[in-house]
Structure formats: C-alpha cells, structure tokens
Design a protein. Structure first.
Length: 389
C-alpha cells in the first residue's frame, strides 16, 4: 500500500457563494463542530509523517476561518506544499500578504463566467468584480496562480471568450472543468448538462487555446463523465492517493463519500491518520480490486479507472458497489444515456445559444435552479467560534 500524496483540508463549510454546482454535501457541517487551530496543525504534522506532500485548503470558503494564516504556517512548518482554493471573497491586500508570508505556495481562484451578470447569477452572489481585482493583486506576489473555471450548459457556448478573459489575468495554469454531478450539481443537472454539440465545440476551442497558449499558460481540461467512454479514476482511486478531512474532523476518501450508507468514517479526534489510512474499514472498502463486480473485475480498464466513482454509482443506481453508470460497459449505463438524451432533446435549452442570449437563457432556467444554502453565517476575518485555542 502506498502512502497518501495529498491532504484536502476542508476547513469550513461556510461560504459567501451559493453555487448551483457546489459539490459540498447538502447537509453542511456546523461552525460549532469545526476543528480547532491546534487540531488542524496536529493533523498536518501527522500527515507529513505519513508521507503526505500537499495540503489543499478548501471549503466552503477557507477565508471564513480567521486563523487561516496560522493554519497555512502550520502546514508549511510540517513540510507540506500549501495550496489555497478560494473564491477570493475576504482576501484583501493585507491578508493576502499575511498568507503569502506565512508560506502559501499556490492559490486557485474560481470564476463562474467571463461576464459579470452571468457569473454572479451562477454563484448566487455579486462576486465577479471583486475576483478580478484580487487576481491583479495576486500577480504582485511571488506565488503560483491558477484560475479555475467550471463549464456547463449555461456558459459553454462562449468558452472562447472565457479563455481569453482568463488569459488576461495571467495565471500560470488554467483549469477548465465540466460540472461533475454530485451534491447541488446533481439537483441542477437538467440545467447544467451540455449537449453533444456544445461539448464537441468546446473540445475544439480548448485544443486551439492549448496550442495558442503553449509555453505561457498550462491548460488542464476535464470533460463530463456522462459523455466519456470510460469513467474517470475518481480521486485517483478510492483510498489510493488522497485523504479529505471535513470541517468536523471526519476523514473521507473523497468529497461526497458520506452519501454512501453503511460506511462509518473515523474522526481525527478519535484515531490517527495512519490508522485511518491503513486500517479503517471505510478506506479499505473500495480499495484495490476485490470488491469489484463484473464487468469491472475482468476489464482491462480496472487498474486505470478503478471501477469509476463510488458516489456516482450510488447516486444513480442506489448501489455504491455497482459499476459506475458513466462507463459504457456498465449494466446501468442506460441511466446516463437517458440523461444525455434528455439534455439533447429539449428544444428550449438544447440549442446552442450565444452569450448575448444570457437574459433569455436566465428566464428559461431560473425556475430549475436549487442554490446551495449557507446555514452557517459567512464572516470573513471574523472572530466566529472556530476553536482557535
């Protein structure tokens, strides 16, 4: 068994945004249950001894933690490469300097669109202009910078415009990721899943951008499972490369694992990271190949996609041990085929639309949205009770 390479530190579920494709669980961890500063620092030290190399600070919005600078310093002191994944809300110049001085190596800012109205609509908050200004501030510091863009039916038709927009922000890396259908994204799938024509055009746009920006900006692009022949190796395979710790201390193999019934996930307040990684039943459950049903067990792809995503299998079939329905060989692939057929059949929203049609598109889809609810109050830089002893 190999050691984990990265720790995803989900330090809070508080967030100023209400993104319609949020992958966080529908039930969020409460502020009162969040791990304290000292508990997180101990986790980083344990992780380093276990062989972990990277600490990815995420949420929710990690900037909601007033002790974020201390957490970054603690991870860096443990010898971990530090990456902040953020909306940017709450990161003014003084605080940006603080986290950089504390040892932040890399920052990732998420954008919802290139156009302000559309971006704010998808995020459910007026955040776009703030992110642009923050991106300019980031370039004043010696720190690696990535811009993340989530692509879906509502913005994919002006992907070329969005790439040009991101180019002007001068990141080292651009991540173009199609929505993955968990959490709030699954609830909003009918308004988010692109058509085949949209996807084919997007692939061409990305290929042209990769060629044009080669040597200046690296582009990583992730296509939606629903249109792939084989599923992605979710998180590099269950319990193979990554550990995720949620705000309340539960240790998970992936973001959505808690949706799987019958699994008990250990808490770092009760068990060491080493025990959880090596011995816990939750990390063992879908690790390796013994659990696999046919056709996975005898498929040549099994060591590459590891049967696909366990959470997606559960959400679509009701059985976490089933072959991921996104796989073209899966017995339940018809479920994904039906969703794709629906996405390509509704004349009101399946046709390719120009960016200029945003208002019309908003009217067509607004009734379909279920925005992520934030029952935990977001107070950037506040002294909210986070247990900073």
């Amino acid at each position: 068994m190999t050691n984990p390479l990265a720790l995803i530190a989900e330090i809070t579920h508080r967030c100023p945004l209400h993104c319609v494709y949020c992958s966080n669980p529908l039930e969020l961890a409460a502020v009162r249950d969040e791990l304290s500063t000292s508990e997180w620092i101990d986790i980083f030290q344990q992780g380093s001894k276990l062989g972990i190399l990277h600490a990815h600070f995420t949420g929710g919005e990690p900037l909601a933690r007033p002790d974020l600078t201390e957490l970054i310093a603690g991870a860096r002191a443990a010898g971990l490469y530090t990456n902040l994944i953020t909306s940017g809300i709450g990161l003014a110049e003084p605080r940006l300097k603080q986290v950089v001085d504390a040892g932040l190596d890399h920052i990732q800012i998420s954008f919802q669109d290139s156009r302000e109205d559309a971006a704010n609509w998808i995020a459910g908050a007026k955040s776009h202009a703030y992110k642009i200004e923050l991106s300019r501030l980031i370039r004043r510091h010696k720190i690696a910078f990535t811009v993340n863009l989530v692509v879906h039916r509502q913005n994919i038709d002006h992907l070329d415009e969005m790439i040009s927009f991101i180019e002007q922000l001068a990141p080292e890396r651009m991540e173009i990721a199609h929505t993955q259908y968990y959490g709030w994204a699954l609830k909003n799938r009918s308004a988010l899943l692109p058509t085949r024509a949209q996807l084919d055009k997007a692939v061409e746009v990305v290929a042209a951008a990769e060629k044009r920006l080669a040597g200046r900006i690296r582009i990583d692009s992730v296509v939606p499972d629903y249109y792939a022949r084989f599923p992605k190796a979710c998180m590099g395979g269950w319990g193979r490369r990554l550990m995720l710790i949620n705000p309340a201390g539960k240790v998970l193999p992936c973001h959505a694992a808690e949706v799987i019934p019958g699994l008990t996930f250990e808490n770092v307040r009760d068990c060491s990271l080493e025990y959880i990684w090596q011995e816990s039943s939750s990390f063992q459950r879908f690790r390796g190949e013994e659990w696999m049903p046919e056709p996975c067990r005898s498929c040549d792809q099994r060591s590459q996609d590891f049967g696909g995503c366990r959470c997606q299998a559960l959400l679509l079939t009701g059985n976490a041990a089933a072959t991921d329905p996104a796989c073209s060989l899966a017995p339940a692939h018809h479920i994904v085929e039906a969703a794709v057929a629906d996405a390509n059949s509704d004349p009101a929203i399946s046709e390719s639309v120009s960016a200029a049609s945003f208002v019309q598109l908003q009217q067509l889809t607004q009734s379909l949205w279920s925005y992520r609810k934030n029952r935990n109050k977001f107070e950037p830089g506040s002294t909210a009770k986070t247990g900073t002893q």
